[in-house]
Design a protein around this ligand. Structure first.
Ligand SMILES: [Zn+2]
Length: 442
């Protein structure tokens, strides 16, 4: 991650026309990366820069007097640089130089911590220019990209100079002679957790690319682009990478769902055509739990987290559907659009599209037959089935009571994946029983 992060700093300095790093150059330019991170909010002094770092949730000493950005980059001692391994003048790492150092409690002595030569420290520090931050509840999601230099440069141009500049705003307000900065991101999707936040950014980015007719070329460049996501607080953060090929498929997936949407009103909200398919399903993945709304979205965060790894978790989804039925809430609209778009973009994981269609159709047909009868409780019997045998027995029993003879072969053929099969079947059944008119937007 260190090398990937460094590349962003090098790119920024090159774009600024800075080639050689000397104390004079640092002195003159060290506010630039901070200002770039804010998309151009005024950053005129070290004090301003410290306020920005605080707004972006960098881990800093409580008192501003102890932060000393400029001094941390220049006041050096002799030692070995953790990056280039050379014996040089070095500085200790600070959160604003490389923010992702893991400090494992006090076990690691000062010698085990990261130190950088002046040049590498300034390059790493400059990488914040292309570090992206989204406030999420009390925490933040941070991410940055890595790619071969030429691709990184092109991708950065689209993502940062065009898209991010338009959707991400930092405003400065002066109070008692001190600037305070606040961050706002223009995103159609709600987010309470970090993976949700990244998905919300992607949805916006895909819309942006389509409006500018830049989707195809950006996806081509993006194939080599890897995203690094970092979230959590302090030293116990989590990180994940999303490979370019997955990113490409995710973009293809989102594109499909967006195109299937229809302009509509949802409560007080007006949803544009490209928002509705994504927003309606996503926002209805909520399970009501109480005051702390973030807890309502724990399953959604998990579902989205898996989606970002290229998996579509039907079992998790079925858990959400059942909870919503229990709470008499509508099922997420555009379910089939999401599932089909997934199979088209990713090709499937444990089951393929054909299997999905067969089992979903079976569940739907059963649901239609059950509707209005006293057999509706079978959804719960099936849901509680704790093994393939029990599951199939319940299905056969239900068929007999309904006096139907549906083809159960797809169920037997996918015995090894019976939990997924059960989830898909139940989702289809629930949609037949409770699906609203907004179901698929058609
Ligand atoms: Zn070095």
């Amino acid at each position: 991650m260190l090398d990937a992060y460094l590349k962003n700093g090098e790119l920024f300095l090159r774009e600024m026309g800075i080639e050689e790093i000397t104390p004079g150059v640092i002195n003159e330019n060290y506010l630039l990366p901070v200002s770039e991170m804010t998309n151009g909010a005024p950053v005129d002094s070290e004090q301003d820069a410290i306020s920005v770092l605080r707004a972006f949730k960098f881990e800093l000493p409580k008192s501003d007097n102890k932060v000393k950005i400029h001094q941390s980059l220049t006041k050096s001692k002799k030692g070995v640089c953790s990056l280039c391994g050379q014996k040089k003048e070095i500085v200790s790492n600070k959160s604003f130089i490389f923010p992702f150092e893991r400090k494992i409690d006090s076990i690691v002595s000062d010698n085990g911590r990261l130190h950088f030569c002046i040049e590498h420290a300034f390059k790493l520090y400059s990488a914040m220019a292309y570090l992206y931050t989204v406030p999420v509840g009390g925490s933040t999601l941070r991410f940055f990209f890595d790619a071969p230099e030429r691709d990184l440069k092109r991708f950065k141009k689209t993502f940062k100079d065009d898209f991010w500049m338009e959707n991400f705003k930092v405003t400065a307000e002066t109070r008692d002679g001190k600037k305070r900065y606040s961050i706002s991101a223009k995103l159609a999707l709600s987010r309470y957790h970090p993976n949700e936040a990244f998905f919300a950014v992607l949805h916006e980015f895909v819309k942006f690319l389509k409006n500018r007719r830049m989707l195809k070329e950006t996806v081509e460049v993006g194939r080599t682009v890897r995203a690094y996501l970092v979230y959590g607080s302090g030293q116990i953060y989590k990180e994940r990478t999303i490979e370019g090929t997955t990113l490409e498929r995710l973009i293809g997936f989102i594109d499909r769902v967006q195109e299937a949407g229809k302009e509509t009103n949802w409560g007080k909200r007006h949803l544009e055509r490209r928002d509705s398919g994504v927003v309606l399903f996503y926002e209805m993945l909520e399970i009501p739990r109480g005051k702390d709304r973030a807890k309502n979205f724990l399953e959604r965060e998990e579902f989205i987290s898996r989606l970002l790894s290229g998996r579509f978790d039907f079992v998790l989804l079925n858990g959400i559907f059942m909870e919503r039925v229990k709470n008499k809430l509508p099922l997420p609209a555009y379910y089939l659009t999401w599932a089909r778009s997934y199979f088209e973009a990713f090709g499937g994981d444990v089951v393929d599209k054909e299997t999905f269609e067969k089992i979903n159709g079976l569940g739907y047909a059963l649901g239609k037959a059950m509707k209005g009868t006293n057999l509706e409780r079978y959804q719960w019997e099936l849901f509680r089935a704790r093994g393939f045998e029990e599951f199939v027995n319940k299905l056969v029993e239900l068929q007999a009571k309904l006096e139907t003879g549906l083809d159960l072969r797809p169920v037997y053929e996918n015995r090894n994946e019976w939990k997924v099969v059960k989830a898909i079947l139940l989702n289809g059944m629930l949609n037949a029983l409770y699906g609203g008119d907004k179901g698929e937007g058609d």
